[in-house]
Design a protein around this ligand. Structure first.
Ligand code: RB5
Length: 147
């Protein structure tokens, strides 16, 4: 975890959660780059998520954290990028399986449906769990094979 560079982004619904996540995890990562938004003023989540997911897609950051009200809009946007696997997580076990089975590289969180403590626990789990590989490797490799 200490060697990872991580990008974080949110919309207005995720702003407060993002700020608390930064306080809790800034010192735990090698780098935590904030792509906004920087206030609770209403914004369009793709404006922050595209730059963040694009940076993860290009390998400029190892992982990402994306937060909006439901976690869906940020996931949908991030998953437009071929090297991104954004996983919407609302339970700790899902965060764990997103890494173990899906090799997810962005955790998407629904700020309006999980508590701050639940979100931070999921982040802790996500960033301390390894991909299992094995049978899951072939499946993950097929995700970006479009027909
Ligand atoms: C904002 O009201 C809300 O629509 C947004 O945060 C997100 O939930 C969209 O997917």
């Amino acid at each position: 975890m200490e060697s990872l560079s991580v990008a974080i982004a949110c919309d207005h619904a995720g702003f407060e959660m993002k700020e608390e996540v930064k306080k809790a995890f800034e010192s735990r990562f090698f780098e935590l780059k904030d792509f906004g938004t920087f206030s609770s003023e209403s914004v369009d989540y793709p404006d922050m998520i595209h730059p963040m997911a694009s940076a993860v897609n290009e390998g400029r950051y190892d992982f990402g954290i994306a937060i909006c009200g439901t976690g869906n809009g940020v996931s949908m946007t991030a998953n437009k990028y071929i090297n991104v696997r954004a996983a919407l997580c609302w339970k700790d076990e899902i965060a764990k399986l997103a890494r173990q089975h899906n090799d997810a590289n962005i955790i998407s969180l629904p700020a309006r449906f999980v508590s701050q403590a639940e979100a931070e626990q999921m982040i802790e789990t996500f960033f301390t769990t390894d991909f299992e590989g094995g049978r899951h490797l072939a499946r993950v490799s097929k995700i970006s094979q479009l027909l």
